[in-house]
Design a protein around this ligand. Structure first.
Ligand code: AKG
Ligand code: FE2
Length: 386
């Protein structure tokens, strides 16, 4: 039976089409799930049934998702690992990461503080996390809300800036409860930074380019690491709602941790939604738009989404690795261009991110067009544009 309970809302701020600041009251999904709903509130309903195009990894997917062993990738003799990494970045935009070396105690710490945080009441959570007072998808609960009539995601989340050091100084935005939340996340972020750097270096090596060609954009004192903790409560109608709407990540690289194996993340591959095969102890790394741009389209930022499950709650932690906002990224040379890849131009990271957040969510991979060169045929000047 559905219990009748108090309603809880997040206040989500956004700029509307005319650039006016608006606030939408977004129901708190965790509280809806606690009430034992049988029917979803209208604002969560998708026009298309969610499972229409779903499929498990099966015959139509021609290539399997590569698994990288980080220990081997860090070893001297790593040609085999580099080849897999390259294939993953080019064809899937992601790889499974085993042998990553992050201590179980560190991962355990992350899982503990996240579960403890979401175990608090809504009021306690609100009190625990301050606000960035801006329209940038940070803080507790907001989630690419841009209008009153878009379908809402079945998710609650906390997003925090973990780097550069001092980025949130004076702002009370790290959850205060549990008391070790920040410490546990920062321990993990320190390990993740090494993984990100090693992968960026390996990707350059895999292309036989100078090893710092990507890494040079990531000054350790200025690099941004944003932490997004995603909580997907059990959903009474997984066929009618999505946990996370299809998107690419704006980042250069994203590192994903899920707390339990089993369903949830899907990637659009070979014209189908495919459930990502993600073994228990593994992490997942995916290419973001900024790295697609840096690689001049050689690496692909995957179009991905999260589906909900009926009696299963799911947690994930996404770490987004970005160069400093003031950096101008320069795509690597023209040699990677082909008929279906007209290439990318130089962009300032902050300009791209502002554009991404302004237009997201979109119904297809679109934000990255901002950084595309004008195709020669459209330019009208005969020599391409930059
Ligand atoms: O929950 C997941 O596995 C994916 C989360 C994700 O795509 C994101 O936070 O951008
Ligand atoms: Fe994502």
């Amino acid at each position: 039976m559905e219990k009748s309970c108090k309603s809880y809302f997040h206040e989500a701020s956004y700029l509307d089409q005319e650039g006016q600041l608006r606030t939408s009251r977004v129901p708190v999904v965790q509280e809806l799930a606690r009430q034992g709903l049988k029917h979803l509130p209208e604002r969560f309903l998708r026009v298309q049934p969610v499972h229409d195009h779903d499929s498990a990894l099966s015959s139509h997917v021609l290539e399997s998702l590569p698994t990288i062993n980080m220990t081997n990738l860090r070893a001297k003799d790593r040609a085999k690992e580099l080849a897999k990494l390259l294939r993953g970045a080019k064809t899937w935009g992601m790889v499974v990461l085993e042998g990553h070396g992050v201590a179980e105690s560190v991962l355990h710490g992350v899982r503990d503080v996240v579960k403890e945080f979401f175990g608090l009441s809504f009021e306690e959570k609100k009190e625990s996390v301050g606000s960035y007072v801006s329209v940038d998808n940070m803080g507790y609960g907001r989630n690419f809300v841009k209008s009153e009539d878009q379908p809402l995601d079945w998710i609650d989340r906390v997003t925090v800036k973990a780097a550069p050091a001092g980025a949130t100084e004076g702002l009370h935005v790290w959850p205060l409860r549990p008391a070790n939340f920040r410490h546990a996340i920062e321990e993990y972020v320190a390990e993740a930074r090494n993984i990100f750097n090693d992968i960026l270096e390996a990707l350059a090596d895999a292309l036989s380019l100078e090893r710092h060609v990507f890494l040079q954009n990531f000054d350790p004192n200025e690099t941004e690491i944003n932490v997004r903790v995603n909580y997907y409560p059990p959903c009474p109608r997984p066929d009618q709602a999505l946990g996370l709407t299809p998107h690419t990540d704006a980042s250069a690289l994203t590192l994903l941790l899920q707390f339990k194996a089993g369903g949830g993340l899907q990637v659009f591959k070979d014209m189908k939604w495919v459930t990502v095969p993600w073994p228990k102890e593994a992490l997942l790394v995916n290419v973001g738009d900024l790295l697609e741009i840096m690689s001049n389209g050689m690496f692909k930022s995957p179009w991905h989404r999260v589906v909900t499950q009926m009696d299963v709650e799911r947690f994930s932690v996404a770490l987004f690795y970005n160069p400093s906002l003031r950096i101008q990224i320069e795509p690597i040379g023209d040699w990677s261009l082909s008929d279906d890849n007209e290439g990318y131009k130089n962009v300032v990271v902050g300009d791209y991110l502002r554009h991404f957040y302004r237009i997201s969510p979109t119904v297809e991979k679109q934000a990255i067009n901002f950084a595309k060169r004008v195709p020669k045929t459209l330019c009208g000047c005969g020599n391409g544009g930059n």
